[in-house]
Write a protein of this length. Structure first.
Length: 507
């Protein structure tokens, strides 16, 4: 039974005429007035996502240009920090359930603050549906004005928020940001690093970042983070980096939207994992627990199984049932039409993701340094796997779906997240990837030992085009990677390897 309704932040033009936003602002102010070591403070919650309190240079918390003025003391005990801080799950199949529990906990503290301030007792966190059309790609105006209607400072306004062009005009670009992930049919792909991560992310233990993001996490999640945060004059916006992101009040409206998309994806009939290692969380393998300080003073040690359906929880979303059903067979019908294959008896079942086995077709030879004008990787292709791809295309039918082809950009490392990379193959644009989480993932003492981020892009279309033009008997491909924002000399970014895989479509 849902008691609370999370509403669209753009109601009443996204201004303070929307009472959900006015009460949010006041409650954020109340939580910000509490001390860093208070488990119900704004700062404590931000540190639960991730923190750079001890760093003395930017993005150290003490160096962030306010507002807000971010405290670095008093810090809680080491055991409290070890229990609660630096907990956010990224590049992991725990990404959505962990953030769901995190929002529930914070929303409880905010609601109590709303009620204490004389507000409605059914207040709930609004969501920012940037992909919802009608100008919603812009940040709701309540977040960019310096004052509340009564003249007091607006706690939703933050200084370090620069936008996609670094000029404080805050919006997201569509494309490259899209809701295409909602068409996925698998939550998690293969366990292997060399295949797709699926909608919800790759199998993992407790993962504070590093490796491959799930498709919802890649786009829109990671892209929205770096476009809202942006960068200017060698510093970057709070939203651009997980160790400062949850200091920005827009963070939670972005995550409410990601949470809403997950619920909508389930409402379309897609299933969450039933693997006990997912249901029980990282505790199942003896790893760190998910712990939230709740408004009643208790600690909630939660598992994904407790939060994997809104029917188990006390809230729902306005507009959840208005999502239109993406036609599963659409992409395959389009592909087959292009390849000249009859689609008369194509079923939804045939369009379901079944890719299981993958094989390397080729990779470039050495690590690359990425500079402002980009880099080109020359990927040599092996004859035998390429022949298998050609044969799968030649013999394609609705009962024998040709191979899918994936491009991997592996072990990307660096010390600034606020960027997106534009990727093209043989001069054909493929997609953008977001570097959100790069800095954490590159630290040698991090959870994944500093192996960086890896990106997996579907380039099946490029190979289909080569096949149609009878040009698939090739020895190499050129992969061009160009950053959207310039890379300063102090922000070296490296790419470990660029590789191409085929994935056989089983039946
Ligand atoms: Cu996030």
């Amino acid at each position: 039974m849902s008691t609370y309704l999370r509403n669209n932040a753009w109601n009443n033009q996204g201004t303070f005429d929307n009472s959900d936003l006015l009460w949010y602002a006041k409650a954020v102010g109340a939580l910000q007035s509490r001390a860093l070591d208070d488990e119900s403070s704004w700062w404590f919650f931000a540190a639960m996502h991730g923190e750079y309190i001890e760093e003395s240079t930017f993005p150290g918390w003490g160096t962030i240009p306010g507002p807000p003025v971010v405290p670095v003391a008093p810090v809680p005990s080491a055991s409290v920090q070890g229990k609660f801080w630096n907990q956010c799950q990224h590049q992991s199949w725990y990404f959505v359930p962990w953030h769901r529990g995190y929002l529930i906990a914070l929303e409880g503290h905010l609601r109590k603050a709303v009620i204490d301030l004389g507000g409605p007792d059914d207040w709930a966190l609004p969501y920012w549906n940037y992909l919802g059309g009608d100008g919603q790609y812009k940040i709701p105006p309540a977040f960019t004005q310096k004052n509340l209607p009564d003249g007091a400072a607006n706690p939703l306004y933050v200084n370090a928020r620069f936008g996609p062009k670094g000029d404080r005009n805050i919006y997201i670009e569509i494309p490259p940001i899209s809701g295409d992930c909602q068409k996925n049919t698998l939550y998690t792909g293969s366990n292997s690093q060399t295949t797709r991560p699926g909608y919800g992310g790759p199998k993992s233990g407790f993962s504070h970042g590093g490796n491959v993001s799930g498709n919802l996490e890649s786009n829109p999640h990671n892209k929205v983070h770096v476009q809202v945060g942006g960068q200017a004059n060698d510093i970057w916006g709070l939203m651009s980096d997980p160790g400062i992101a949850a200091l920005d009040p827009i963070f939670y409206l972005h995550h409410a939207n990601i949470d809403r998309m997950w619920a909508a994806w389930n409402a379309l009939g897609n299933s969450n994992p039933t693997d006990p290692n997912w249901l029980k969380g990282p505790t199942a393998s003896g790893d760190r627990k998910f712990m939230m300080p709740m408004v009643d003073g208790t600690t909630w040690n939660f598992t994904p199984a407790e939060v994997d359906s809104l029917s188990k929880l006390d809230y729902t979303y306005e507009g959840l049932d208005t999502e239109s059903e993406p036609l599963l067979a659409d992409a395959l019908t389009k592909r087959f039409t292009k390849l000249g294959i009859n689609t008369d008896n194509l079923t939804i079942d045939a369009a379901m993701d079944k890719g299981e086995t993958s094989e390397l077709i080729g990779a470039n030879e050495k690590a690359l340094h990425l500079q402002s004008d980009g880099v080109k990787a020359n990927v040599k292709l092996s004859k035998q796997p390429l022949k298998t791809v050609r044969n799968s295309l030649k013999s394609a039918s609705i009962s024998s779906i040709p191979d899918h082809i994936y491009l991997q950009i592996e072990n990307v490392k660096g010390n600034i997240d606020a960027n997106m990379l534009s990727v093209s193959v043989n001069d054909t644009y493929v997609d953008h990837v977001s570097l959100f989480g790069l800095r954490n993932a590159s630290k040698a003492d991090g959870h994944h030992g500093g192996e960086g981020l890896t990106f997996i892009l579907n380039i099946t279309d490029v190979f289909d085009d080569l096949h149609i033009n009878d040009a698939l008997d090739i020895n190499e491909l050129d992969v061009k990677i160009v950053p959207d924002n310039d890379i300063a000399a102090s922000h070296d970014i490296t790419i470990g390897r660029v590789s191409i895989y085929r994935e056989q479509q089983g039946s």
